[in-house]
Design a protein around this ligand. Structure first.
Ligand code: G6P
Length: 476
């Protein structure tokens, strides 16, 4: 690594530690052909950068490559403490238990969760390793914030190793109801793992409600309001913290000259259609892509949408490509898009433009700023940040957001055009209603959506969680 890959200075122990499956950096090749680290563009990374800087924080995570033994190093404002994953860990812990057991189970079982004992063992082993790394880099009485479903056992292991620490946990995906969660052969272990934290945060109120019910049912512990009473006297709190985005950052990006140029070119390349419908998702079965594409297929086939004037652009960024369900889904989508385009296309004007690729933030902001209708119709989603990014980029106060009732964001974004993605006719009529709404109607809705997002941005999310955590620490 050629760039700022300097080892961590001083004692190497931080008063603030973030633990996530992935480090906040990606590998890139620079103009000279050197491999360098680049800070990942995600919202969580952006939000935590000031917190990390202020508290000299360290981020514990995996580099993304197999079998890589990296010493701790510093990149920009981040001290990084890598955790090594072998090829077998990746297969069993990451692709297996995290993404073929927990991911489908926590998303309403929209794909069948698979239960394998060797996947669980790997999950347990890798969680212990993350906890050991966090314990090694945390200063006396430090605050440690653990992120997401891949690391639900870390709070308990970390507390065993370092009882002095204050530990927070946030789950970025939905937390399922009792009936689903209880399928897990290791349900009690996971609940106990989470209870190692002083504060457990979820995206929507269903999270705490489901979790507290499970605590009572499987661990027979007493709970009152948002508090769990543990036999050792600790009183972990369970609360809701809907995550958000850097709204102002997106608005600034969308109004930059570069984004405007990009947007103009994008429209020209599409043949300056009258209306652009846009979908932007990781290629994941939770995102409802099949239902969405079917709805567009029927609208084009029936003549409700006109391929001479309307286009549906679907960006599907590659994701978890070694997990069988994702491979299958990609084939299904590509077959379906190919069929619809084959049936409905005019020469040079395919009604569905399917892009199996990731785009930089600038390109996304540009596309959002010219999409007449943004289509966000997951079958289940913890929050969904794409819909918030779209709203932030609509500095012209127009555009229409069609949003699934099953995205966490639907609880805040009540002025979107809400749909049930399983109801094909309902989705089709709402897509048309959104596309045909008057400018005034769109503006009325968009203003309300923008107010919500600018008042509840990612900084507020991180501040609220960390302030609560600090308070509970005082009370301990
Ligand atoms: C979701 C999860 C994150 C995860 C991301 C990308 O947003 O909540 O924890 O990092 O998907 O998935 P990946 O498996 O590529 O890290």
């Amino acid at each position: 690594m050629a760039d700022s890959n300097s080892p961590i200075a001083d004692s190497g122990r931080s008063p603030f530690v973030l633990v996530a499956n992935r480090l906040p950096v990606d590998r890139k090749v620079d103009d000279q052909g050197n491999q360098v680290w680049r800070t990942s563009p995600g919202g969580l990374v952006t939000a935590l950068e000031p917190v990390m800087r202020q508290h000299d924080g360290t981020w514990v995570g995996w580099s993304g490559s197999p079998d890589e033994e990296l010493a701790p190093f510093t990149h920009e404002h981040f001290h990084l403490a890598p955790v090594k994953l072998s090829a077998a860990d990746i297969e069993l812990y990451y692709e297996g238990f995290s993404n073929a057991t927990l991911w489908p189970l926590y998303h309403d079982g929209v794909a069948f969760p698979q239960f394998h004992r060797d996947w669980w063992q790997a999950y347990d082993r890798v969680n212990r390793r993350f906890a050991e790394q966090a314990a090694a880099v945390a200063a006396e009485d430090a605050v440690v914030w653990v992120q997401d479903y891949q690391l639900q056992l870390v709070p308990q292991y970390l507390r065993e190793l370092r009882p002095d620490l204050t530990i927070g946990f946030f789950l970025h995906i939905p937390f399922p109801p009792d009936e689903l969660f209880s399928q897990l052969p290791w349900r009690s272990e996971i609940i106990r793992g989470l209870l190692g934290a002083d504060l457990i945060g979820f995206q929507t109120p269903a999270g705490p409600a489901n979790f507290l019910r499970l605590v009572r049912r499987h661990l027979h512990l007493r709970t009152r309001s948002d508090t769990v009473f543990l036999p050792d006297g600790r009183l972990p709190k369970v609360r809701t913290y809907p995550i958000s985005i850097d709204a102002q950052g997106f608005a600034d990006l969308a109004t930059s000259d570069e984004a405007r140029d990009y947007a103009k070119k994008f429209c020209e390349e599409l043949g300056n259609p009258r209306r652009i419908f846009l979908g932007v998702d990781r290629l994941d079965y939770t995102k409802g892509l099949i239902h969405r594409i079917r709805a567009f297929g029927e609208l084009f086939e029936a003549g409700d949408l006109d391929p001479d004037h309307d286009v549906f652009v679907q960006v599907a960024s590659p994701s978890r490509e070694n997990v069988a369900e994702y491979v299958k889904l990609r084939d299904e989508i590509e077959l379906m898009v190919g069929r619809i385009n084959g049936d409905v296309s005019r020469i040079g004007r395919p009604p569905i433009l399917y892009l199996h690729s990731s785009y930089p933030r600038l390109a996304m902001a540009a596309m959002y700023s010219v999409a007449d209708v943004m289509v966000v119709t997951p079958l289940r989603d913890g929050m969904n940040l794409v819909c918030k990014e779209y709203v932030a980029c609509r500095t012209d106060q127009t555009g229409a957001l069609v949003l699934s009732e099953f995205a966490g964001a639907a609880e805040e974004l009540r002025q979107a055009y809400l749909v049930n993605p399983y109801d094909l006719n309902g989705m089709k009529s709402t897509l048309l209603r959104a596309a045909n709404a008057s400018r005034r109607e769109k503006q009325r809705r968009m203003r309300a959506l923008r107010k919500q997002i600018f008042e509840h941005d990612i900084n507020r999310w991180a501040d609220t969680f960390l302030t609560d955590l600090a308070q509970f620490r005082e009370a301990r």
